[in-house]
Design a binder for this molecule. Structure first.
Ligand code: PMP
Length: 456
């Protein structure tokens, strides 16, 4: 009864993010009620193994009491303090300090946002400001990857390289451009050739636009929402070197990969990268409260600070930048990653996941598996030799998500037949096995659907 009225009220009033409104009206919401560790329970008491950590964010897992205690303590002592007008709060200062100490290179300065999209937007704003104030105002063009995701705000959605986020929204803007995503499974050639082809494409695009007009290149260390595509080792370093050579800023979006998702605290650490800007969110607070953080290099910070006269405010900020409750949560989350052993557990369970994924290759629908740490993708195809993607008419992702749910596992089924896994870092190796067992069972059940079985 309660569930029924919730379902009706939801349909009547809540506009859901990134949803087909018509489908939502037809099928209604899946209402979740509680979580503990790696498990979720829905409103009907159905238990689910969360192979996607909410939306690749609940890295510490659900029900961490020490986070609840840290939030409660901060909320009752001081629920809000602005960062405007030179005010601050203890947790925001402490968190900025700890993050800067742990960040790569000279990324010593942190600006807090509410999530990933406005972290990316803030980087774009600061880049514009940087070039305008240093006398290079024509440097406006920005380049990102096809299939990349950088948020759904009015600016970030244009850097995003996914058509579904462009259609009907008048983006990309004329200063936003894309080059091919490094996609080993669908590239004809070895890793070295793929790296060389990306570098050549970036250089060609910069030449076409004129280096004096190009501000920055944005990429994720592992393309996330575009299908969990892991570039070859050395790709990121090569792109960083190309950016330096071309005199454009190198911006890494670690909104998904940050905070242990791929093993180390930041994916930049795999290749010792030193980006000019790095964006983070999600795992920063593990989804226990909204918060994002962008990291700015000391070189850029100093240049902006020195070029702006004293008394002139740099007009960018949000009411909740550096929110003290989110910051208190972020501090405890950071402690759990390092002192609480979650990073180490993530590395061990990630290695176990990689092995388990390899064993899926024999399934008739599995074309490719790839992973880095606890971030994994399985690419489903109807013809393994031709690498044929399932057609939209098969509705494979929708069927798979529904079957998975019935089998007690949550993962992300992307539109083109790619499945994403990003379980909490607290996942045990037994739970990894269970997640993959339920996934394989779900793949087998997909083959009972006539349109899919006939196509394979
Ligand atoms: N960048 C990346 C790489 C992301 O994956 C996301 C969110 N999935 C964003 C930016 C946007 O973050 P948010 O949804 O918190 O605005």
């Amino acid at each position: 009864m309660i569930a029924n009225s919730l379902l009706e009220n939801d349909k009547a009033h809540w506009i859901h993010p990134v949803a087909s409104w018509r489908d939502h009206e037809a099928r209604g919401a899946t209402i979740l009620r509680s979580g503990k560790g790696t498990y979720l329970t829905d409103i009907d008491g159905h238990e689910l193994l969360d192979g996607f950590a909410g939306l690749w964010c609940v890295n510490v897992g659900y029900g961490q009491d020490s986070i609840v205690a840290a939030a409660t303590e901060q909320m009752s002592r001081l629920p809000y303090a602005t960062g405007y007008f030179h005010f601050g709060s203890e947790p925001a200062i402490e968190l900025a300090t700890k993050l800067a100490q742990r960040a790569p290179g000279d990324l010593d300065h942190v600006f807090f946002s509410l999530g990933g999209s406005d972290a990316v937007d803030s980087v774009v704003r600061f880049i514009r400001y940087y070039y305008n104030i240093t006398g290079r105002p024509q440097k406006k063009h920005m380049i990102a990857l096809e299939r990349g995701y950088h948020g759904s705000s009015s600016t970030g959605s244009g850097l995003t390289g996914l058509p579904a986020f462009h259609a009907g929204f008048d983006v990309p803007t004329p200063v936003q451009h894309h080059i091919s995503c490094p996609y080993p499974y669908r590239f004809e050639g070895d890793d070295a050739a793929l790296i060389a082809s990306s570098v050549a494409e970036l250089k060609a695009k910069v030449e076409e636009l004129g280096a004096e007009n190009v501000a920055a290149f944005f990429c994720e260390p592992v393309v996330g929402s575009g299908g969990v595509i892991v570039p070859p080792k050395g790709w990121l370093s090569a792109m960083q070197a190309a950016c330096r050579e071309l005199d454009i800023l190198f911006c890494i979006d670690e909104v998904i990969t940050g905070f242990g998702r791929t093993g180390p605290l930041f994916a930049c650490e795999h290749e010792g990268l030193t980006p000019d800007f790095m964006t983070t969110a999600k795992g920063l607070t593990s989804g226990y409260a909204p918060m994002g953080a962008l990291f700015m290099s000391d070189r850029i910070y100093r240049t902006i600070a020195d070029a702006t006269p004293p008394g002139v405010s740099i007009g960018h900020g949000m009411t909740y930048s550096g929110h003290p409750v989110s910051a208190a949560i972020g501090l405890e989350v950071l402690r759990l990653y390092e002192e609480g052993g979650l990073l180490a557990n993530g590395v061990a369970s990630g290695a176990h996941l990689a092995k388990g994924l390899e064993a899926l290759r024999d399934h008739p629908l599995v074309g490719d598996v790839r992973s880095q740490g606890l971030l994994a993708g399985v690419e489903l195809v109807t013809d393994k030799v031709a690498k044929t993607r399932p057609t939209a008419q098969m509705k494979l992702p929708q069927h798979l998500a529904d079957i998975g749910y019935r089998n007690g596992v949550v993962f992300r089924a992307f539109g083109d037949g790619i499945v994403g896994f990003a379980p909490p870092l607290c996942i045990t190796t037994d739970e990894v096995d269970l997640m993959l067992e339920r996934f394989r069972k779900s793949l087998d059940e997909l083959l009972t659907i006539k349109e899919i079985r006939d196509a394979v």
